[in-house]
Each structure stands twice: as structure tokens, then as C-alpha cells.
Design a binder for this molecule. Structure first.
Ligand code: NAP
Length: 281
């Protein structure tokens, strides 16, 4: 058996095209959408990711300002810059890129991003609203996981989903989104005893640990759906997920690829969120 490949490319293209159409309408109305990405690191994979967001935004007719503050930036300065961008009427989406300088915490600084412009759901208020079932932008990666499953016709209602990872950007928000879709959710983390015993009884496994090869065939039930969120750089400049894709593909029913799975959908959803924020004015 070889698992069905749940590509994110087609869905991402559809979301990008829709964002481009709406961005053009906004521009025609004299309100061109703009995204600002604040960067305070010298990390190469982060720089690659930021460039890919900027390229996708510009292709969709969304201006993208990369606001570089340097890897030594003081947390107070980062917070002030986020507040300024949030107060700028020409900016509709604000993202704080990770990693951050030592001692700075995303959850803390992202509180300076206005909830309406928090297009990557980093402000703790956005997460709280999400948990309470109130409107808010979800972190784009968490939303991308559910969107890719929807796109490929996986009906989540009643399914047991094991999420591996409990970060505020992926694991926790996706658990809320999955609960909203009536899935039964188990959230695993580094202190989970016998991870394989938990994941191997799930209908869907979401791997978001940032550990290459963590999820092996032993962790997966025959026929299960596996979403690989991990993006781990390899020595040769490539990218691998958290799933041992070759072994797991022999057992799972379906598997998202890395690259080409959750990643492109995440970027496309950031564009959709920015346009939505601009439409609200
Ligand atoms: P993170 O903040 O480092 O969190 C990792 C989580 O995984 C933590 O909750 C940790 O548990 C858990 N974990 C680590 N080792 C584990 C193990 N051996 N067994 C079980 N759980 C384990 O990472 P993140 O920001 O959520 O990102 C996770 C992965 O997704 C990374 O590879 C990242 O690059 C990728 N990512 C991809 C996209 C995309 O668009 N495709 C976007 C964002 C992130 P503890 O809480 O106990 O430490």
C-alpha cells in the first residue's frame, strides 16, 4: 500500500488567486492591502520563509514591508514597532517572525499587535478568542492543517485526532480548530508517555514537533491520515518533516508531503487574512 499524497499546492493556488482578486478590488477602491513582517533575527531559514511570504504577497498584489530590526533588537523596541505598525492605517496585517532575540517571547511581544491586524494569530487575545469560539485570526499554520484536510475531503466530525506538539502557534490552536470541527482531540508533547501508543490509535495524526523522523510506521494505524507540519532544514539545503515519510507511506492511508503540503497553504492563508483585514478597513 502507498498512501495518497495530500498536496497543498492546488489549494494554495486557489486561495492565492482569490486573495489576488480581492486585493485588486481593494486597490481599485484606493485601499491597497499591505502586510508588514517584523524580523529580529539573523536566521537563514527564517529569512527564506520571509522572502517566500513577500514574493507570494507581491504576486497577489499585496504590498509586503519587511521590517528588519536586527538580531540584537531590544524587546521594548520590537514591541514599539509592532504598536506603530498596528496604528498605521496603510498596514492591514502585522506578523512578528520567529526566532526572536534571547529573552524575548512571542506571546509577550505579540500582544502589541492589534487583534484585527493579527493575521498570524500570535496575540494571546487571538488565541483566547479562538478558544472561546469568538471571531479571530487563527495562526495560519493551524488553519492550514484543517484547510488541507477539508480540501481532500476528510470529514473530521467524530474522528480521533492526535496532535503531536503543544506550541501556541501550532499545537494548541489546531486543537481548538479541530474541536470546533467535532473531532476528538488528544494533544501530545515531549512528556507524553509512550507517544506511539497514543498516536497509533488515532484516525488522524498531526505531527508538529520539529523533530525529523519522530513519527515512524509504529506511530501510525493502518489507513490513518497523517499531516506532517514539521519543516526541518537538512544539511544539503532541503527540507524534511517530522514524519519518516517512506515508512509511514506504506502504512498510512494518506500523508501530506514536505515540502508542498501545509507550507504553501500557510503562506496563502496569510494573504487571505491580510485581504480580509483590509476589507474591514
Ligand atoms: P515548538 O514551539 O518547538 O514546539 C514543538 C512541540 O513539540 C512542543 O510542544 C514539544 O513538547 C513537542 N515535542 C518536541 N519533541 C517531542 C517529542 N519527542 N515527542 C512529542 N512531542 C515533542 O515548534 P512549533 O513552532 O510548534 O513548530 C513545530 C514544527 O512545525 C517545526 O518543525 C516548525 O518548523 C514547523 N512549522 C511549520 C510551519 C509551516 O507553515 N509548515 C509553520 C510553523 C511551524 P514540549 O511542549 O513538551 O516541549
Amino acid at each position: 500500500m502507498s498512501a495518497q499524497v495530500l498536496s497543498g499546492k492546488e489549494l494554495a493556488a486557489t486561495v492565492r488567486a482569490e486573495a489576488a482578486e480581492r486585493a485588486a478590488a481593494l486597490a481599485a477602491a484606493g485601499r491597497p492591502p499591505k502586510l508588514a513582517v517584523v524580523v529580529a533575527n539573523a536566521d537563514e531559514s527564517s529569512a527564506w520563509y520571509v522572502r517566500s511570504i513577500a514574493r507570494a504577497a507581491e504576486k497577489a498584489g499585496i504590498a509586503c514591508d519587511i521590517v528588519g530590526l536586527g538580531a540584537e533588537a531590544d524587546p521594548g523596541r520590537i514591541r514599539d514597532r509592532l504598536a506603530e505598525l498596528s496604528a498605521d492605517d496603510t498596514v492591514h496585517g502585522v506578523i512578528l517572525q520567529t526566532p526572536l532575540p534571547r529573552g524575548a517571547k512571542l506571546e509577550d511581544l505579540a500582544g502589541a499587535i492589534t487583534v484585527g491586524k493579527d493575521v498570524d494569530g500570535a496575540n494571546p487575545l487571538s488565541l483566547g478568542r479562538l478558544a472561546a469560539g469568538l471571531p479571530a485570526f487563527a495562526p495560519a499554520t493551524a488553519e492550514a492543517i484543517v484547510a488541507i484536510l477539508d480540501h481532500h475531503g476528510v470529514d473530521l466530525a467524530g474522528l480521533h485526532v492526535a496532535v503531536v506538539g503543544r506550541s501556541t502557534v501550532v499545537g494548541k490552536p489546531v486543537a481548538h480548530l479541530l474541536l470546533d470541527r467535532n473531532a476528538t482531540v488528544t494533544v501530545c508533547h515531549s512528556r507524553t508517555r509512550d507517544l506511539a501508543a497514543v498516536t497509533a490509535v488515532a484516525d488522524v495524526v498531526v505531527a508538529a514537533a520539529g523533530r525529523p523522523g519522530l513519527i515512524t510506521a509504529e506511530h501510525v494505524r493502518t489507513g490513518a491520515v497523517v499531516v506532517d507540519v514539521g519543516t526541518n532544514p537538512t544539511e544539503d539545503g532541503g527540507l524534511v518533516g517530522d514524519v519518516d515519510a517512506i515508512a509511514v507511506a506504506e502504512k498510512a492511508g494518506a500523508l501530506t508531503p514536505v515540502p508542498g503540503g501545509v507550507g504553501p497553504v500557510t503562506t496563502a492563508l496569510l494573504l487571505r487574512h491580510t485581504v480580509r483585514s483590509a476589507e474591514r478597513g
